[in-house]
Ligand binder design. Structure first.
Ligand code: ZN
Length: 265
């Protein structure tokens, strides 16, 4: 990318690795309060169960969890697993971004990961994907591909968004006709549009394959056999978000996705 000023890779690496876990804590608190906005702006400051104000040391990501042995100091209720998972995930996102990318692509890759983490957490809890988050993903994909590959990149991103939405719409349409009820949410379609914008249309079959198989594995791991039946519902969003980010990182190891993008145009 030819920006007027460049990024010092060492400073950016230190910045992202140090702030990553805190951003995870912030994302976790935001995802927990969505769509209410009262908690947005800071990391969680009170216990989710008893409302006791947390000490500063308790708020240090990962370390706070270990020091408290996973329990609230006041009410001994277990700290929500979501917080520790989000802090771990954001740490991995920051590390992967600085290892795979350089320059401006490091913070861009981290931001994409944080956005997808937010989407996954909200969808897991509410079975809804915030439209604003999916549209941000589409916008981010268009911007990044435009800066990387000019007009061709922009075209790839827009084609990817349209194809992603179209594929999901078709599948949902077919499902409704065969089963006579809705099985797939249009929130997933907008998320897949975001994935198409970020990765290009040629990556979409891989996104769907990877997301379906990881959703199936998660479903088998998390539910007992007798609970599984053909009407079992699970939010597909977290699996989609994971697949999109995994392929983003994979493309990053292949010269910023140029290989897949060249096929796309
Ligand atoms: Zn408590």
């Amino acid at each position: 990318m030819n920006f007027a000023f460049t990024v010092n890779d060492t400073w950016m690496t230190m910045f992202l690795v140090l702030t990553g876990p805190f951003i995870g804590s912030f994302i976790s608190a935001s995802a927990l309060s969505w769509p209410m906005r009262s908690n947005l702006g800071l990391t969680r400051s009170v216990c989710d169960q008893c409302g006791t104000r947390l000490k500063l040391v308790d708020l240090i990501p990962l370390l706070g969890f270990i020091l408290l042995k996973g329990k609230c100091r006041a009410c001994k209720a277990p700290i929500l697993r979501q917080h520790i998972i989000a802090e771990l995930a954001s740490t991995v996102i920051a590390l992967a971004s600085v290892i795979i990318f350089s320059g401006w692509m490091m913070p861009i890759s981290a931001l994409l990961g944080f956005l997808l983490l937010f989407i996954a957490l909200v969808d897991h809890r509410t079975q809804l994907i915030p439209d604003g988050a999916s549209f941000s993903l589409i916008g981010a994909g268009a911007l990044v591909l435009f800066f990387l590959h000019g007009k061709d990149g922009l075209l790839t991103a827009l084609t990817g968004a349209l194809v992603g939405y179209g594929i999901f719409w078709l599948v949902a349409f077919g499902y409704r006709h065969i089963r006579g009820r809705d099985g797939l949410g249009m929130g997933d379609a907008k998320l897949l549009a975001g994935g198409g914008a970020v990765l290009g249309p040629m990556a979409l079959p891989w996104v769907i394959l990877l997301a379906s198989s990881s959703a199936l594995v998660l479903l088998l791991l998390t539910s007992k056999e007798k609970e599984l039946h053909r009407d079992t519902q699970m939010p597909f969003g977290p699996a989609l978000a994971l697949a999109i980010y995994a392929l983003w990182l994979w493309q990053g190891t292949h010269d910023y996705g140029v290989t897949l993008l060249n096929l796309a145009i």
